[in-house]
Design a protein around this ligand. Structure first.
Ligand code: ZN
Ligand code: ZN
Length: 228
């Protein structure tokens, strides 16, 4: 993991503006004998406050530190997702967050002529099928409160939820794409992120595992006096 951290930091140091705080952090991390173990939990959980505390302790910038550790973790997460996919049917996962690493989906593939929606985790490349009329974030399953931005019939679209204002961009996919292709696809569809955020939609922050993607209609409280 330390080797991967050094590699990710070297890449970032070479591609970031010279003298910027990010570049300085990357340069330090490219050779530092850092104990990455305690940092992995906060990175995986997206625990920004814990990362910021660690960044202060290490006298580094929190943003680049998180970015480098995320990149360093990716090869391990890809391997974990590939191994898990052999052991269990990830496609049947029924929550809105990634079954392997816990992140929100980064995009969706619309697979085959029937355009089956398959959510993809951009961090670990895990894939799982998901209904069109269900928000993976808040579990909204009221079709009147779910919309599609962009013309239907094109190869790209954005599914949005009027309850949590979350969005998931989607692209046509005829086969399952590799982790590297997935990252390229995510970058190539940045225009969809702009359209969605300009429209007031966002990718949510923290994952609430109790509600993420659990259909609201199935967790509404029973009316008073109803038999249990
Ligand atoms: Zn994942
Ligand atoms: Zn929602």
């Amino acid at each position: 993991m330390l080797e991967e951290t050094h590699r990710a930091a070297r890449n970032l140091a070479e591609t970031t503006e010279l003298g910027s705080p990010g570049q300085r952090t990357a340069e330090i991390l490219a050779t530092a004998p850092l104990d990455v173990g305690p940092l992995l939990g906060p990175v995986l959980d997206g625990d920004r406050a814990a990362l910021e505390r660690e960044a202060v302790r290490l006298q580094l910038e929190a943003g680049p530190l998180a970015q480098i550790l995320d990149l360093a973790l990716q090869p391990f997460l890809w391997e974990a997702a590939a191994q898990l996919a052999k052991l269990t049917d990830l496609d049947r996962w029924d929550r809105g967050y990634c079954p392997v690493c816990g992140a929100w989906p980064g995009l969706a593939g619309l697979v085959g002529p029937e355009k089956r929606r398959v959510l993809r985790c951009v961090r670990c490349a895990a894939a799982w099928s998901w209904g069109v009329l269900l928000c993976p974030y808040c579990g909204n399953d009221d079709h009147r409160r779910l919309r599609v931005l962009l013309e239907e019939g094109t190869s790209e679209r954005i599914d949005v939820c009027e309850e949590c204002h979350g969005y998931v961009k989607a692209v046509s996919a005829y086969t399952s794409v590799s982790a590297a292709q997935l990252i390229a696809e995510d970058v190539a569809t940045a225009d969809l992120d702009v359209i969605a955020t300009d429209g007031g939609y966002k990718r949510p922050g923290d994952v609430d595992v109790a509600t993420a993607g659990v259909p609201r209609s199935s967790r509404q409280p029973r009316p008073e006096g109803a038999p249990s």
